[in-house]
Write a protein that binds this ligand. Structure first.
Ligand SMILES: *Cc1c(COP(=O)(O)O)cnc(C)c1O
Length: 403
C-alpha cells in the first residue's frame, strides 16, 4: 500500500476539505515539509524553532510571553496547561461553551483537579454572570485559574475574551485567565497581552494551516510564577524544563522538525497576506456561509446552532437540523456524491448538527464549491432548503468583493 487512498477508488479533481481542522494545508507549507530532517545540533533547527515562536508571539500579540511547543495535538497541550498550573485537589473554573469546555473539564478532573463549571446554554456564548457568581462565591480564592475556550468548535460559538476578562476583574478574584485558541488563532484577532490573558493553548492544524502534530502553550510572567510554585509531578510537559536551551531541551527530546518547517512557511504566508487581511478574509468567507445558512433556514428544516449573530464563529458554522433529518446522511452524501468534506456533530450535538469549516487556506471559490455541494446533497435527499442558499452566498461575496 503506497498511499492512504490507494485502497479507495480514484476520484478525479480535488476534494473540498471543509472540516474545522485539520484544515487545508497550502502547497508552500507541504513543500517546506519535504525538506530532510537536520542533525539536531545544527543551528538551523534552533533558528526554525525561534522563527515559529516569534510567529506565534506575533499572532498572539504577546511579545513578552514564553512559548512552549510540543509534539502533540490540542488534547496534549490541554494536559500541559493542567499539569503546569494545577496540582491535584486544586480548583479550576471552566465556563460552559459546549463540547470542548466539557472535554477539557473531564480531562482536568481525571488529573485530580476540582472542576467548577458554569452551564452552557445551548446556542449562547459564555454566561458572564455565572462566571462572576462562581468567582464571588469563592471568597477564599481557592480557584487557581479560569479555563475558557475562545471558539468552541462543536457549538461554533466565539466568546468575547475582553468581556470575560472585564467580568473577572469586577470580582477582584486573582485567578489566572487561560484561553484555548485552537480554533480561533489566525482566524480572528487575539491580543493576549492587551486583553490580560495569562496563558493560552493552541494547535497546528486549524487556523495555522499546518498538519496536525504540533501543540503550543504561551505563558506570561504570572502564569510562570504559578507554574514554578506548582508541586504537581510532571516531566515531559514541564515548562520549567523546556525553558530556553537547545532544541533537544525545548522539546524534551527530538523536535518534530518537518512540522516546524511547515509552520515557519505558514507564518511566511500569513505575513505576506498581512494579518488584518487574513482576518478580513475569514470574516468575509464566514459571512458567505452565514448568508447561505440563513437562506436555507427559511424553509424551516434547519437553523444556526449559535443563536447570537455576533457570537457566530468565523472558523466554523454548526447547522442544527430538524428532528427526523439525519445530518450524518447529509454529510455522507456531500462527501461521497459531491466531494465536499464537512464535519458532524460532537458530544451532545451528535446526530443533530452538521458543521461547515471555513478557516485556514480558503478562498471564495472554495466556499462556493462547498456550499453548492452541501446544498446539492440536501436537495438530492429531498430536504427542502429553498432556492436562495448558494445564491445568497454569491450575492454576499459579490457585494463585498472590494473588501
Ligand atoms: C480541535 C480543538 C481541540 C482539540 O484539538 P486536537 O488537536 O483534536 O486534540 C481543543 N480545543 C478546541 C477549541 C478545538 O477546536
Amino acid at each position: 500500500m503506497t498511499s492512504p487512498t490507494a485502497a479507495f477508488p480514484y476520484i478525479p479533481g480535488i476534494r473540498l476539505l471543509h472540516s474545522p481542522g485539520p484544515s487545508n494545508v497550502p502547497k508552500a507549507v507541504l513543500d517546506a515539509m519535504t525538506n530532510q530532517p537536520i542533525d539536531m545540533g545544527d543551528p538551523r533547527v534552533d533558528a526554525c524553532i525561534d522563527a515559529c515562536e516569534e510567529g506565534l508571539k506575533g499572532l498572539l500579540n504577546a511579545p513578552s510571553a514564553e512559548i512552549f511547543m510540543y509534539a502533540a495535538n490540542g488534547h496534549g497541550v490541554w494536559e500541559a496547561i493542567i499539569v503546569n498550573l494545577l496540582a491535584p485537589g486544586q480548583k479550576v473554573l471552566i465556563p460552559g461553551t459546549g463540547h470542548f469546555s466539557d472535554s477539557w473539564a473531564l480531562m482536568a478532573e481525571a488529573m485530580g483537579a476540582v472542576v467548577l463549571r458554569t452551564p452552557y446554554h445551548e446556542g449562547y456564548p459564555i454566561d458572564l454572570g455565572a462566571v462572576q457568581e462562581a468567582l464571588r462565591a469563592d471568597t477564599r480564592h481557592e480557584i487557581v485559574a479560569v479555563f475558557a475556550v475562545h471558539t468552541d468548535t462543536a457549538s461554533s460559538t466565539t466568546s468575547d475574551v475582553p468581556a470575560l476578562r472585564k467580568a473577572m476583574d469586577e470580582t477582584k478574584h486573582p485567578a489566572l485567565f487561560v484561553v484555548d485558541v485552537v480554533a480561533s488563532l489566525g482566524a480572528v484577532p487575539f491580543e493576549m497581552e492587551k486583553w490580560g490573558v495569562n496563558a493560552v493553548i493552541g494547535a497546528s492544524q486549524k487556523g495555522l494551516m499546518v498538519p496536525p502534530g504540533v501543540g503550543f502553550c504561551a505563558a506570561d510572567a504570572r502564569a510562570m510564577e504559578v507554574c514554578a510554585a506548582n508541586p504537581a509531578p510532571r516531566f515531559y510537559w514541564d515548562w520549567l524544563r523546556r525553558r530556553k536551551g537547545p532544541s533537544y531541551s525545548r522539546f524534551c527530546g527530538t523536535a518534530p522538525q518537518n512540522l516546524l518547517f511547515g509552520m515557519q512557511a505558514s507564518f511566511g504566508l500569513l505575513a505576506k497576506e498581512g494579518l488584518p487581511n487574513v482576518h478580513a478574509r475569514h470574516a468575509r468567507l464566514a459571512g458567505a456561509v452565514q448568508a447561505a445558512v440563513q437562506s436555507w433556514s427559511e424553509a424551516g428544516n434547519l437553523q444556526f446552532l449559535c443563536r447570537v449573530p455576533e457570537a457566530r464563529s468565523v472558523s466554523v458554522t454548526a447547522v442544527l437540523v430538524k428532528p427526523g433529518i439525519d445530518p450524518e446522511l447529509i454529510r455522507k452524501t456531500a462527501r461521497d456524491k459531491f466531494q465536499v468534506l464537512i464535519a458532524g456533530g460532537l458530544g451532545p450535538f451528535a446526530g443533530r448538527v452538521f458543521r461547515i469549516g471555513h478557516l485556514g487556506d480558503l478562498n471564495p471559490a472554495m466556499i462556493l464549491g462547498c456550499l453548492s455541494g452541501v446544498e446539492a446533497a440536501m436537495q438530492s435527499l429531498g430536504i427542502e432548503v429553498g432556492e436562495r442558499g448558494v445564491r445568497s452566498a454569491v450575492e454576499y461575496l459579490a457585494r463585498t468583493a472590494d473588501k
